[in-house]
Ligand binder design. Structure first.
Ligand SMILES: O=C(O)C[C@H]1NC(=O)NC1=O
Length: 239
């Protein structure tokens, strides 16, 4: 099978990190096709960035694949992508939170900027039972600095340790695709499961494809009603 793993921001080096995390867990019969969005923000750290990332996501899911991963913790454009993708679409926050809820009593999210904490809470409300997400904590390291800041890994792990104590949680969810490579070291140091949403989403999409499950086209996720689109979007939308 072929899984298209989409980095919704336009930073190639981050796509490489995402690709490595997805390939590390993909099964022997799975081809991971990691792609960088062709248009939009260099990183996604606000509602504005999320909105401007969606056209690139929709263009990326328009290409055929057996399944798709949206490798951005805000799960931008997830519902719209499900209306047009040829296979199941899973967001990394969705996958990470579900996985975390299955291996512990309550998880804490460690994310980047404080301004994105509300989004993580909103997604937890959508995806998991009340109380499953015990808290969301921000390290206030910008997304693109995670890769270049030599102290980032330690800051994230120290914050995760604080979160476990403060929240009384027993699992950590990494709140950014750019933190994927911290998961193993964090789990070894903290002694708890640390969930990287890129890996979780890759395995979950593989499982859905193996189960023969695709997004239902009855009602909400049916293909969008045909209509005229004008302006720049006319090139990227279905007519
Ligand atoms: O929402 C965030 O802070 C993280 C999110 N932004 C991004 O460009 N890739 C991500 O995973």
């Amino acid at each position: 099978m072929r899984i298209r793993v989409i980095n919704p921001n336009t930073t190639e080096s981050m796509t490489a990190l995402i690709e490595a995390s997805a390939r590390a867990v993909a099964g022997p019969g799975t081809v991971v096709e990691a792609v960088t969005s062709g248009m939009g923000p260099a990183s996604i750290e606000s509602h504005y960035d999320e909105a401007l990332a969606v056209p690139g996501i929709l263009a990326a899911v328009a290409e055929p694949a057996d399944g798709y991963v949206l490798a951005c913790f805000g799960d931008p454009g997830l519902d719209a992508a499900r209306e047009v993708a040829s296979g199941p679409v899973v967001g990394i926050a969705e996958a990470a939170m579900h996985a975390a809820a299955m291996v512990g009593r309550g998880f804490s999210v460690v994310t980047t900027l404080s301004r994105t904490k509300g989004r993580a809470h909103d997604l937890a409300t959508r995806y998991v039972a009340a109380g499953a997400c015990r808290g969301v904590h921000a390290c206030d390291i910008a997304v693109l600095d995670l890769e270049h800041d030599p102290g980032a890994r330690k800051e994230v792990i120290d914050l995760a340790r604080h979160a476990l104590e403060r929240d009384g949680s027993d699992v950590i969810v990494l709140g950014c695709a750019g933190m994927a490579e911290f998961a193993a070291a964090a789990s070894a140091e903290l002694g708890v499961p640390v969930v990287d949403g890129v890996a979780a989403a890759t395995v979950l999409v593989e499982s859905l494809v193996r189960l023969g499950l695709r997004t239902s086209v009855r009602e909400e996720y049916a293909p969008p009603p045909p209509k005229r689109y004008t302006g720049l979007l006319a090139d990227f939308t279905r007519s």
